[in-house]
Ligand binder design. Structure first.
Ligand code: FAD
Length: 520
């Protein structure tokens, strides 16, 4: 039996197997040669003191003991070629993990995705970045793997259900992610690694007899007597099934409009909106690690901050250490920011969404849109930003201190946002109440994180796709839409997830409920 051990070591020791073994030997008062292996189970950074420590939970095996490291294997996926068909609309994390779960349960998924496969998608990302051309079906939000494909691939979640989270992490490792994600307190995969994992998931779905249709946009639902019968695609083709998982993400405005037009019940949902701030990574390292240089053993520092300003939460969102700001518009005539980073997080900039929570009452000027009021509020800001920055994929930008002082920045340095920036007074982009909260909030952030409030930090606008502006309500027990039998609103777009892991968990949940319903 291994001895379980909790210990705190320096970053250098944590990064070196030999040094770690020596440290463990000291604690057990034995020689290092008596220890066969130290298997690290969990690792986190403790940056609260000046001398940063790494917390490690490990199993220690002495000589002669049987080392049992849990092998990661994929579940038994069945051949579902002739099984009952279930339509999944959207190949994001929710849709893909729903498909895998259906196969495990002996059902055949037909995944319908408006965008291209991960390789085809790359060309369209280049077109947004370089030519300022937005393809409405293939962009940073739409295409194989969904919005999570070209992201930082952060895998932490607020979900309290550790078992569900671990299952998704283990599946990701089974499909090629580094086993480190099972150990790190804040795991991430990185933009350069995610596409291959997603491609392998797709290949597994197809090898088991499932179908994945790219460049196929769902334009209508076939509904009879409040029961779903199938879907219609942009070419007028129909695909029939009496179980449909709708996992189209937070940016599928045409799906929200379709549901609204068909009088299929949806409701406005509060979300958060603001800017994306970019600092030199070195500066964030200094603040977070209280040191002049990070050194070679610590990762680029992340940060997480939240303040209450005028009764509203203002907080960092989707922070990308060593990352890049991405153009995430899904239609021409709008600009949207978000961030990604490579697995090594080795860019010299750190970016984060800095957003303010919105309330339903904020959408009143758009009340004529009913359930779509929040979506129209969001769209209006994205379109205004597009217009103010010069009607390309350039975004409005302002230095942080200048923003708090309502002063247009005399110059904006080159940032990681490839399409470029235009110096704009941000107050013009946002409604007055939001500008006021952000101005006050940044001052408060600067007091908590000394050095954060600086004109070296560049704000890019807007960060507007934080979560869905619409909820597609479902029954808590069956997970079916409240009004349409057989329709399963799923993932972030339906308002039941936020982030890769929780979307994947929700996909699995919907698949399980479908299997349960079919077994009755
Ligand atoms: P989505 O991933 O949005 O997938 C929906 C899919 O449905 C898309 O592929 C879309 O093309 C398709 N679709 C839409 N309409 C139709 C239609 N009519 N017909 C057919 N298909 C359709 N989350 C994290 O946890 N960690 C991160 O580091 C992270 N970084 C991010 C970085 C960026 C740049 C972006 C944009 C998002 C990031 N996110 C991150 C958020 C995360 O990607 C989403 O929370 C997650 O992808 C939601 O999963 P989903 O399956 O519900 O929806």
């Amino acid at each position: 039996m291994p001895r379980e051990l909790l210990l705190q070591v320096s970053p250098e020791i944590a990064a070196n197997e030999v040094l770690l073994r020596e440290q463990v030997a000291k604690l057990f008062q034995v020689t290092a040669t008596e220890i066969q292996k130290v298997v690290v189970l969990k690792r986190s950074i403790d940056a609260r003191q000046k001398a940063i420590k790494i917390n490690i939970k490990a199993n220690v095996y002495f000589n002669g003991e049987n080392v049992t490291e849990q092998a990661i294997t994929l579940p038994e996926y069945k051949n579902v070629s002739n099984a009952q068909e279930v339509i999944i609309v959207g190949a994001g994390p929710a849709g893909l993990f729903a498909a895998l779960q259906l196969i495990e349960l002996g059902l055949k998924p037909i995944v319908i995705e408006r965008g291209k496969d991960v390789r085809g998608r790359r060309r369209d990302l280049k077109a947004i970045n370089v030519d300022h051309v937005v393809n409405e079906d293939s962009n940073y939000c739409f295409g194989e793997g969904g919005a999570g494909t070209y992201s930082d691939g952060k895998l932490y979640t607020r979900s309290k259900k550790r078992g569900d989270v671990d299952r998704i992490l283990r599946l990701l490792v089974g499909f090629g992610a580094t086993p480190d994600i099972l150990v790190e307190a804040h795991p991430h995969i990185g933009t350069n690694k995610l596409p291959k994992i997603i491609q392998d998931i797709r290949e597994k779905i197809i090898a088991c007899g499932g179908q994945v249709l790219f460049e196929t946009r769902v334009t209508d639902f076939i509904v009879k007597n409040n029961e779903i019968q199938g879907i219609v695609t942009q070419n007028g083709d129909t695909i029939s099934a009496n179980k449909v998982i709708l996992a189209t993400g937070h940016s599928a405005r045409d799906i929200f409009e379709l549901l609204d037009r068909k009088k299929i019940f949806i409701e406005a949902k509060p979300f958060a909106l603001g800017v994306r701030a970019e600092h030199p990574q070195e500066l964030i390292d200094k603040i977070q690690y209280s040191c002049d240089f990070r050194g070679e053993y610590l990762p680029p520092a992340p940060y997480s901050i939240v303040k209450q300003v005028n009764g509203r939460g203002m907080y960092s969102f989707c922070m990308c250490p060593g990352g890049v700001i991405a153009p995430c518009a899904t239609s021409p005539g709008e600009v949207v920011t978000n961030g990604w980073s490579p697995s090594k997080r080795d860019q010299n900039t750190a970016n984060s969404g800095i957003v303010v929570e919105l309330k339903l009452e904020d959408f009143k000027p758009f009340a004529q849109y009913g359930a779509l009021a929040g979506m129209e509020f969001q769209r209006a800001i994205e379109q205004k930003a597009w217009h103010l920055a010069g009607e390309t994929q350039k975004v409005p930008a302002q230095r942080m201190v200048d923003f708090t002082q309502n002063k247009i920045s005399a110059s904006i340095p080159k940032t990681s946002y490839v399409p470029g920036t235009t110096s704009v007074e941000m107050g013009q982009v946002f409604p007055g109440f939001l500008t006021q909260i952000m101005r006050e909030g940044f001052v408060q952030f600067g007091k908590s994180m000394r050095g954060y409030m600086t004109n070296e930090a560049i704000l890019h606008a807007p960060e507007s796709r934080t979560s869905s502006p619409v909820r597609i309500p479902r029954d808590n027990e069956t997970l079916e839409h409240l009004q349409i039998k057989g329709l399963y609103p799923c993932g972030e777009g339906a308002g039941f997830a936020g982030g890769i892991i929780s979307a994947a968990i929700d996909g699995e949940k919907c698949a399980l409920k479908i299997a349960e319903a079919l077994a009755k």
